[in-house]
Write a protein that binds this ligand. Structure first.
Ligand code: FAD
Ligand code: NA
Length: 385
């Protein structure tokens, strides 16, 4: 094979490695992608009937405080000045998230100063009287009190995990921040925005280099014997699958999305509405037109919404969020040991490291891999292990 490096997976991790190795190190890079499109889960496309850009694998918001990542991203796209906000519907009323002074005033139906709200929540959070929380419910109550837990956490969490929060481990949450101001901007990062002409054009520009070949519909495991040991490989697919599930499966949650074109110009007045009631089967509804209020060409009589449902993933489902039980962590430790011993193969990205990574984290991690492992290998002949 006439290439210097094979990258498995064309998500942000794989494409960052490919782009840096082609542009920065002058290498010929082959990217193998088993799906029929590039971009991994950040892929977006125009819904054909309306032309509204949708994110097929769930809404993707770009935000970072990492100057290096921001500078790098801006080589391939400009960003809009989009700022993310989320609301939650509970028992027929709407509240701002994350839980803030506006949420508290609306929920308890009167005006609170920041100090009054702090005192109220402290009093409600004292329910456990110092006893250690035995499950997720008790942990949440110890952080924000029972009323806010029951409104904003219980039903949503039960739907996310398809499990009663009293049967979930307390460790799933370490903090539940409450803001004692009316600020409900979702992300606190220095930089935030959405790619002006969409995610897929951004991802395509990263791959647009004469030394990069992206092969779609190509599963690494069909070519593995011709590659491993002959050419360095950066693998961003699932870690357990690489080793034939030898130590058992790493647990993931997946999401099901139901898309619908609705005959109205505006379905919910905001991009993301959470549904906290347990008897509403979905966790949230995305309305994609609101991610790009600046786009004049969207129709004013139709809109695209996507309902999101959460459940645990089987082997054939898309893995989205690591479950990360104690058993998972033990299996992960053993797989990492095996990955270290796998000569000539580097593991990266969210699937290859069994870690939830935002886009900016995947890019930062890939930039680090190129500088710390691949450049020393290709420029100084250091072993790739
Ligand atoms: P991925 O994007 O998953 O790419 C991995 C690629 O490898 C896939 O294309 C897959 O098909 C391919 N692959 C796997 N196995 C093989 C194989 N055997 N052969 C060939 N190809 C293979 N990030 C944010 O910053 N903001 C958000 O709002 C945000 N929302 C998200 C919402 C959801 C539901 C999810 C799941 C993720 C979200 N992310 C978000 C994270 C983001 O989607 C990516 O996970 C992140 O950029 C990491 O990219 P990656 O390249 O590591 O993995
Ligand atoms: Na290795």
């Amino acid at each position: 094979m006439n290439v210097d490096l094979v990258v498995v997976g064309s998500g942000f991790f794989g494409l960052t490695v490919a782009e840096r190795c082609a542009t920065g190190l002058g290498l010929r890079v082959l990217v193998l992608e088993k799906r029929d499109h590039i971009g991994g889960n950040a892929y977006s496309e125009d819904e054909p009937e309306t032309g509204i850009e949708i994110h097929r694998y769930g809404a993707h918001l770009f935000h970072t405080s990492n100057e290096r990542v921001w500078e790098y991203a801006n080589r391939f796209t400009r960003f809009t000045d989009y700022r993310h906000h989320v609301y939650s519907t509970f028992k027929g009323r709407v509240y701002p998230l994350p839980i803030n002074l506006g949420t508290i005033c609306a929920y308890f139906g009167r005006a609170f100063t920041p100090d009054q709200a702090r005192a109220l929540i402290a009093e409600q959070a004292a329910e456990l009287a110092g006893r250690a929380p035995r499950n997720l419910e008790e942990k949440a109550v110890s952080l924000i009190g029972r009323p806010l837990y029951e409104a904003f956490i219980r039903g949503y969490t039960a739907k996310q995990w398809q499990t009663d929060p009293r049967d979930l481990p307390a460790e799933i949450i370490t903090r539940l921040p409450v803001r004692y101001t009316f600020d409900n901007r979702y992300f606190g990062d220095t930089h935030e925005g959405l790619p002006v002409d969409g995610y897929t054009p951004w991802l395509e520009r990263m791959a647009d280099h004469p030394n990069i070949e992206v092969r779609l519909g190509a599963d690494f495991f069909d070519l593995r014997d011709d590659l491993v040991g002959r050419v360095p490989v950066v693998y961003t697919g699932p870690l357990d699958r690489y080793f034939g599930f030898a130590e058992g499966e790493l647990g993931w949650r997946t999401l099901d999305f139901e898309m619908e074109v609705v005959p109205t110009g505006d379905f919910q007045g905001t991009p993301v509405m959470n549904y906290a009631d347990e008897d509403v089967p979905y966790t949230r509804v995305h309305e994609f037109r609101h991610f790009h209020p600046e786009r004049g060409h969207y129709p004013d009589d139709r809109t695209v919404i996507m309902r999101e449902f959460s459940r645990s993933a089987g082997r054939d489902d898309e893995p989205y969020y690591p479950v990360n039980t104690a058993g998972d962590r033990e299996r992960l430790r053993r797989y990492r040991e095996m990955a270290r011993r796998e000569d000539g193969v580097l593991f990266g990205g969210r699937l290859g490291t069994y870690q939830y990574l935002d886009m900016h984290m995947a890019i930062a991690s890939a930039l680090g891999l190129v500088e710390n492992r691949l450049r020393p290998h290709f420029e100084k002949g250091e072993r790739l292990i």
